[in-house]
Write a protein that binds this ligand. Structure first.
Ligand code: ATP
Length: 513
């Protein structure tokens, strides 16, 4: 199965099993907007909990916030979004499709890397054990030629971005002979800037109404509340404010399912530090956030850092954490050292002081900020794509299973009476009642037990508990484990402890200690 086929199956699975639906589907959907179904919302809530508890509960010096989506319009002038929250777009005149010019070029650069990797692999096979990769990369004329072309384009690209030189971006696309994947032609328009913020009117009459924006990031709500939280919480530097909430961007190219949406959710933490300490904290959060991802057990090789070529106007260092999605390595989270840009600008635009009085030095200053910003929906897609497995069992049967880390699974336990009679449903209900106050559990009596197991595998339920004839005699049940399909017989009384050990968030959080 190709990665593309795998991704298609994943999207279909999400729909079939109540994880993700296209928004307003009965009206044929709305571009890049999605709804989370009965299982999706549980998975999403569990991811939020993993993030919130690891960031807020495990860190004494981080507190939470829930700020409004609507903010005073001056906020977005101060933050630079009104003037500079743009993407360079380009249209193909034949397919009439719109693309981000920067993404077309980045993909071309990635293709050159793939070409080189292929050459290296071919040579490795040819030379066998004596193969010296470093030597090959630095001496093979073919590899050196591709690398030189790639590096030349890369430096032109970085320069064009930093100078916002749209003509040069277009010229790079022409020089690289990049063709539209749909029409196959190179019939491109000029490159134009496109602001990504959605606007609307606030106020009852059109004349008296104010244009306001739907926030394109949650961070600004944190910055404008910096002093409120610092003072009322008596917070001392360094400290952080964390927030989970919706953000909106009118993305030019919204493909790849929930990877790029127009309405999405972010989990952001702004960490306020003394000026000069920001690089130390930047390094700290970069590592810590990578550890948070890797603690889920999806394989260390599936993650990598990508240091930014072009720093945003507010940053003095920035890196992405990328995950190996079915469509390649892509950003899931950004770690940015934002300097004192945001607080200083809000101070300037609002005329209100946003300074911290440092009791140790006796000075007041505008703190520096290190941000960790992760997309909840991209994280959701990461968890799903890493968990989705199609297996052929020993008896030749096939099963689709979502190998979620148990604490993230939408349903933790399915309780199944073997048959719908002889008092088995009653005992099964009793077990559901014993577990439901601590975990999301489900009761299922429809179809054969084998079919019910498959259904739970496809939902990623880590444990199935079956009530059978023997249960009625000795109050024991079988527990079936999702990944190994092994079954064990245990007393009903010990079920809460076993479920707790396997499914509670504690096990994930302890990995981070
Ligand atoms: P990209 O380069 O992919 O457009 P970005 O660098 O603009 O992303 P940030 O502004 O750093 O993204 O936002 C932080 C995080 O928010 C991203 O790492 C991503 O997980 C998430 N995010 C950003 N835009 C979207 C979107 N349109 N849909 C879903 N998640 C998003």
């Amino acid at each position: 199965m190709t990665q593309e086929e795998l991704f298609k199956k994943l999207v279909a699975h999400c729909k079939e099993y109540g994880f993700v639906f296209p928004s307003s589907e009965i009206y044929d959907g709305l571009g890049a907007v999605y709804d989370y179904g009965q299982n999706g919302v549980e998975l999403k809530n569990n991811i939020k909990r993993y993030w919130w508890e690891s960031m807020v509960r495990l860190h004494e010096n981080i507190v939470g916030l829930d700020s409004a989506i609507f903010m005073h319009p001056r906020t977005w002038e101060a933050s630079g979004h009104v003037g500079a929250f743009n993407d360079p777009l380009i249209d193909n005149k034949d397919s009439k499709k719109r693309y981000r010019a920067d993404v077309l070029i980045e993909e071309w650069i990635e293709k050159q890397n793939e070409k080189i990797a292929k050459e290296v692999e071919k040579a490795r096979k040819r030379f066998g054990e004596t193969f010296d990769e470093v030597q090959y990369r630095t001496t093979s004329p073919r590899v050196m030629e591709v690398a030189a072309q790639r590096d030349a384009i890369h430096s032109r690209f970085v320069r064009a971005l930093s100078e916002s030189n749209l003509d040069e971006l277009r010229q790079i696309i022409v020089d690289c002979e990049i063709a539209d994947p749909i029409s196959g032609t190179r019939n491109w328009t000029e490159v134009r800037q496109f602001n990504l913020m959605f606007s609307t009117q606030m106020g009852s009459t059109a004349e008296g109404a104010n244009t306001i924006y739907l926030r394109p990031e949650t961070a600004q709500g944190i910055f404008v509340n910096f002093l409120n939280v610092q003072k009322t919480g008596r917070m001392k530097l360094p400290f952080g404010i964390a927030q989970i909430g919706k953000a909106f961007r009118n993305e030019i190219v919204a493909r790849q399912f929930i990877f790029r949406m127009r309405e999405f959710e972010q989990m952001e933490m702004q960490f306020f530090v003394r000026p000069g300490d920001e690089m130390r904290w930047y390094d700290h959060w970069r590592e810590w956030r990578m550890k948070w991802h890797r603690s889920l057990g999806f394989g260390a090789d599936n993650y990598r850092f990508h240091d930014h070529d072009k720093l945003a106007h507010y940053a003095n260092a920035a890196a992405d954490i990328e995950f190996n999605f079915p469509f390649g390595f892509k950003e899931v989270e950004g770690i940015h050292s934002r300097t004192d840009f945001d607080l200083s600008r809000h101070q300037e635009f609002s005329g209100k002081k946003l300074q911290y009085f440092d009791p140790e030095s006796g000075e007041s200053y505008v703190p520096y900020v290190v941000e960790t910003s992760i997309g909840l929906d991209r994280m959701f897609l990461q968890v799903l794509s890493a968990a989705y497995v199609e297996e052929v069992l020993e008896n030749g049967e096939e099963r689709t299973v979502l190998r979620f880390p148990a604490p993230l699974a939408p349903v933790k336990v399915a309780v199944l009476p073997l048959v719908k009679k002889d008092g088995m449903p009653e005992v099964a209900r009793e077990i559901v009642d014993a577990l439901k106050y601590d975990h999301n559990v489900t009761y299922d009596e429809k179809d054969s037990v084998g079919k019910r197991y498959r259904r739970q595998d496809a939902l990623g339920t880590p444990l199935c508990v079956t009530v059978d004839g023997q249960t009625l005699e000795d109050r024991t049940v079988t527990i079936r484990h999702r990944d190994t399909m092994q079954q064990e017989r245990v007393a009903i009384d010990v079920l809460p402890r076993i479920v707790d050990e396997i499914c509670s968030m504690r096990s994930l959080l302890k990995n981070l200690a």
